[in-house]
Design a protein around this ligand. Sequence first.
Ligand code: NAD
Length: 365
Amino acid sequence: MSSSASKSNQQTLLLLAGDGIGPEVIAETRKIAEIVAPDLVLEDGLLGGASFEAHGEPLTAETLDRAKAADAVLMGAVGGPKWDGVARDKRPEAGLLALRKGLDVYANLRPAFCFPALSDASALKRELVEGLDIMIVRELTSGVYFGQPRGIETLPDGQKRGFDTQTYTSSEIRRVARVAFELAKGRQGKGGAFPGVLSCEKANVMESGVLWREEVTKLHDEEYANVPLSHMYADAAAMQLVRKPKDINVILADNLFGDILSDEAAMLTGSIGMLPSAALGDPGTPGLYEPVHGSAPDIAGQGKANPCAAILSFEMALRWSLNREDAADRIIKAVDRALTDGARTADLGGALSTAGMGDAIAKAL
Ligand code: NAD
């Protein structure tokens, strides 16, 4: 069945398992999907190294079209040493960047949520992270990672000069800020000293930071005056995250600072094998959901990978793209239950296989 034909009457999720542990964690997610959303049409496609091997491209035009026609896209992971020598534009990671760009997903959502059973797995003391529930909204398609000009040039005196450009337009700031405000509206009661949106930049030393603060404030005053808004310099936010993380509800940051703050927040919650993410574009367009981890070549094919990050990414797809909050809530409860009952893969200090962990969550459902 073509995805566009299915879209008219049924919801479609395109699964792009990718490389390394990607297919292993997506197989467990499929198990869960078949239980909580049996009517959801699951399609499969190739991405990354798997697509390069089959078609000579890490993302084909046909796969991108199928992604655009789906209601949501769930990716496993891409990459691996096998493709290290491949031209940059044919690398697995280039396929992922092209997919994000093709879907125009500009808001990256990364929850830092601590399951009670894992409160001791954090790098911080239990009392600092127990009950932690932060959402980080990172701008994903602009900023210093994309700004022009950029390059490495040779100066007249023979030394080299590397340069990048940090750039944001008003509309780029406003559209991602809108996502953060909308999220905060649905997350009332979370956080402490910063109960709404905490917008982070470096307005003290960067012009783009000054504009960021201005535009976020303007949008807030125009449309979201009842959502609490605070501003903080990104370096101070980095300290706040390890000092009193439970004070924070929603963090809003640009591409660079969001990258760093979300990785820092991730470590508050234990293993990378637990961390999901979503990338969203305009309302009504398909979101791209993916575990934060990579293809983990060191454990690929050994049945050791923790499938929770992929399963929780599916949970986010149910919530943010498929409007199936009940099914999403069931998954959160089942993962919590499985962990409370002691289910652990090796990264969490246990001995369960990837399939064993998937089965434990399926059983809890
Ligand atoms: P990685 O996330 O793949 O692995 C880092 C460490 O975490 C490894 O020790 C790995 O075994 C462990 N790990 C990762 N996921 C796990 C899971 N689900 N369960 C248990 N342990 C897990 O990062 P890396 O080693 O830097 O990169 C490996 C490859 O993945 C590279 O080719 C990289 O480019 C690619 N990558 C892809 C993505 C993506 O697809 N979004 C993200 C990051 C890295």
